[in-house]
Design a protein around this ligand. Structure first.
Ligand code: GLU
Length: 444
């Protein structure tokens, strides 16, 4: 096989959603698997709808996904070549300038149409096998609005041939375009590339994934704190798998194992929950220092932040979530909480609604907690505190909750927070005692 060349050919007419980049991932992995090249072609033939900011977003997204292109260009840079080949087709009699009756304002009075040889076109598709489609119904289709305005079908064919693209890997929605493009290829005497039309990506409700249906732009996931290695891993598994149990593959492993023949014919579902869980896996593979750096996590107390990383690794699915936790339910690790008397006694049973009980329960914890060493583990704290909570229960006071709730609230000032043992382990016995004493003072 000659050197493999694939391309990703996005149109910069809007923000591409995450699913759109699956095509780039497959084209990249396939090329790199065979040590070939991956080309990025910005298809800006639609001059009105193509915008520099969308192009910039595509470049940013690909750089973030670490899909480096061996060559990158804009289709409009090849206008002279497109014009020359349009002229050639017309000179050869394979295309002609057609006078049109404009139907809508702005319609052209003249376009360039391709002389359809009719019949059927058969092509090989790596994923779907041989495909035959009739072309007679297409009539003499338009290939350019003028010599300087080729339409998509024409420009794609010329550019793919000029770049020696060996494999056209793109979405299944382009299958219906392929016969037209093959007719143009034949008329120009080009070698036909091998096609690989990827299955559609659907939403959870099995309708087509689209921006209208709320599919996020890829870069929004970056901003939510998804790791690029997680996104790459997730996108690679949309319609493909390595054929064994492995679910988490690095870029190098994906390149090594990727195989177009293993791409499924059936559609794939873009499931955000699954993406988040893949991301959590990749977040957990980071060392604590990497976790802080890549998650851009900041907190006033670096020591406490380091101690909170295991909690974040356990709970957060994205770095955005981790950052929210640091300022929300984990904020108490860095700042003394504000607590109220009414919340402290909230979980008291109706029969014993006295602040006195809560106060004595908290007082009973002071000495045992004071005796803990700094650096104590949550497990060791639990071994000390739990028997005390259980003892309160046997005394028929507030039950375990009559101890654990005020303790947790005194430490965190939050309805939702990590358990009190974890809080004590992270805050340290000294800070914990100081917070418990403040709670006791409120109950005086
Ligand atoms: N520009 C086309 C699109 O964005 C892709 C064309 C192709 O891959 O052949 O859908």
């Amino acid at each position: 096989m000659s050197a493999v060349v694939t391309r990703f050919a996005p149109s910069p007419t809007g923000l591409l959603h995450a699913g759109n980049y699956r095509t780039a991932v497959f084209a990249y992995l396939f090329a790199k698997h065979y040590d070939g090249s991956f080309i990025l072609r910005i298809e800006d033939t639609d001059r009105e709808r193509s915008k520099p900011e969308y192009e910039a977003n595509i470049l940013e997204a690909l750089a973030w996904l670490t899909l480096a292109a061996d060559k990158q260009y804009r289709q409009s840079e090849h206008r002279a070549r497109h014009r020359a080949l349009l002229e050639k087709l017309i000179a050869d009699g394979a295309a002609y300038v057609s006078k049109e009756i404009p139907k809508n304002p702005g319609d052209k009075e003249e376009v360039i149409r391709f002389k359809n040889p009719k019949g059927a076109v058969t092509f090989a598709d790596v994923i779907r096998g041989e495909i035959t489609m009739g072309v007679s119904d297409l009539g003499d289709f338009i290939i350019a609005r003028s010599l300087d305005e080729p339409i998509f079908h024409f420009a794609v064919v010329v550019d793919d041939a000029d770049e020696h693209v060996t494999h056209v890997i793109r979405g299944e929605d382009h299958i219906s375009n392929t016969p037209r493009q093959i007719l143009i290829q034949r008329a120009l005497g080009f070698v036909e590339p091998i096609y690989g039309h990827l299955p559609l990506i659907l939403c959870n409700d099995r309708t087509k994934l689209s921006k209208r249906k709320g599919a996020k732009a890829l870069t929004e996931y970056r901003d939510l704190g998804i790791l690029p290695e997680a996104m790459l891993n997730y996108l690679a598994f949309l319609g493909w798998n390595p054929g064994d149990e492995r679910e988490y593959l690095s870029q190098d492993e994906l390149v090594k194992d990727f195989d177009l023949l293993r791409v499924h014919k059936g559609s794939a579902i873009f499931d955000e929950t699954k993406l988040f869980s893949v991301n959590q896996h990749w977040m957990r593979t980071l060392s604590d220092a990497e976790f802080i750096m890549r998650g851009q996590l900041v907190a006033q107390d670096e020591e406490a932040l380091r101690k909170a990383i295991p909690l974040l690794k356990e709970r957060a699915h994205t770095f955005g979530e981790a950052r929210e936790m640091l300022s929300g339910e984990l904020g108490c690790l860095f700042m003394e909480p504000t607590i109220t008397r009414s919340k402290l006694v909230e979980k008291e049973p109706a029969a014993a609604q006295q602040a006195g009980m809560t106060k004595s329960a908290l007082e009973g914890l002071l000495e045992p907690i004071k005796a803990l060493s700094e650096g104590v583990t949550a497990k060791a704290v639990k071994e000390v505190v739990m028997p005390l909570a259980d003892a309160e229960e046997t005394k028929g006071k507030g039950g375990r909750g009559g101890v654990l709730w005020p303790l947790r609230y005194a430490l965190s000032g939050q309805e939702r927070s990590p358990d009190p043992f974890t809080l004590i382990a992270i805050l340290g016995p000294k800070e914990s005692i100081s917070r418990i004493q403040k709670a006791i003072a409120i109950l005086e």
